[in-house]
Design a protein around this ligand. Structure first.
Ligand code: AMP
Length: 309
């Protein structure tokens, strides 16, 4: 039997503007990217989410064809799917949210299917902290690892509930701007230390094209992002990272700090695929050969010999 990864997060339609193009409606959402990324590993992955009846069958099929279990996805009759509109600036590292329509997410009451209540790893993707809390409350056995992703929208509007969620998770994965907003600290080392005090033993801070940092006890692991010739659309990079990270940990059933270092490289590889094309296109199409080449590139980029005194 394969190890189980439970993913809770948004399934969405996005409108995206980058310096290279614009699209008014494309499949998106945190759970979508996490699930597609994680499903490239050998595991049993189930999504808990909500969509409206505007959510197209071809998009449900795309997720199911990737081997993702959608029995925890509710489709609300007459409802509209979560919608997000964002614009990337010229450096592609910064973006502005222009519109967030919660729609069916507003009254969502998540139901975890019985067969995912004992998942080894739980990935609480970006969505309302209230839903994240309700999902955690339904687990019947303690997961090996609970990972949380969140963003400024939830920090600004639901901070108290978010703090409750943070106190219950083992690992938080957020970007540098969000870590600073959450703690009020400019130094990422101080921010990570403050987040440790809020609950999570492990803190991952993503720095876009500058890679990611993993903090645990007094140790720090630093992974680069692969310098890419072409970055087309950064949407979903963080979620693809989270999917690769948790997917690899679920497949290997090893949550040691050492194995998390490898998981970060897998996560970074998945993120690098996503940003090269619009939306989920590259996540769906990539092959094991592409993954092997990317892992080799990460290794070449970071390995060096130095004589220490
Ligand atoms: P990322 O670029 O990894 O941060 O994720 C982008 C995805 O997050 C998009 O596909 C959006 O649909 C989704 N998203 C945007 N805002 C939110 C939000 N407030 N809560 C949950 N998901 C969101």
């Amino acid at each position: 039997m394969k190890n189980k990864l439970l993913v809770v997060g948004t399934m969405a339609y996005d409108a995206i503007e980058t310096p290279f193009g614009k699209i008014d409606k494309i499949l998106g959402g945190a759970a979508t990217y996490i699930g597609l990324s994680a499903s490239r590993f050998s595991l049993d992955c189930g999504i808990v989410s909500v969509v409206g009846d505007d959510f197209e069958k071809k998009h449900l099929d795309l997720l199911e064809d990737s081997g993702i279990d959608l029995s925890g996805v509710e489709q609300v009759k007459g409802g509209q799917t979560f919608f997000w509109r964002g614009k990337y600036h010229n450096d592609l590292n910064t973006r502005t949210t222009l519109e967030t329509q919660l729609n069916v997410l507003e009254n969502f009451n998540p139901i975890i299917p019985d067969h995912y209540k004992d998942a080894e790893i739980v990935m609480l993707g970006n969505l309302s902290p209230d839903v994240q809390l309700k999902a955690l409350g339904q687990l019947t056995s303690k997961p090996k690892l609970i990972v949380l992703d969140t963003m400024n929208f939830w920090m600004e509007h639901f901070r108290e509930t978010l703090d409750q969620v943070i106190s219950k998770v083992d690992l938080i994965s957020i970007n540098d701007e969000e870590a600073r907003q959450l703690t009020g600290e400019y130094s990422l080392i101080r921010a990570a230390s403050q987040i440790h005090d809020m609950g999570p033993k492990y803190v991952i801070i993503k720095k876009g094209e500058h890679g990611a940092l993993l903090f645990y006890n007094n140790e720090i692991f630093c992974a680069p992002a692969l310098p890419l010739e072409e970055v087309f659309d950064p949407t979903g990079a963080g979620d693809s990272f989270a999917g690769g990270f948790t997917g690899y940990l679920t497949q290997t059933a090893d949550i040691s700090f050492e194995n998390m270092k490898s998981a970060i490289i897998y996560g970074s590889a998945m993120a690098s695929f996503t940003v090269e094309k619009f939306g989920t296109e590259n996540l769906v199409n990539h092959s094991p050969k592409m993954m092997a080449e990317r892992l080799r590139a990460f290794k070449d980029l970071t390995t060096f010999e130095i004589q220490l005194e």
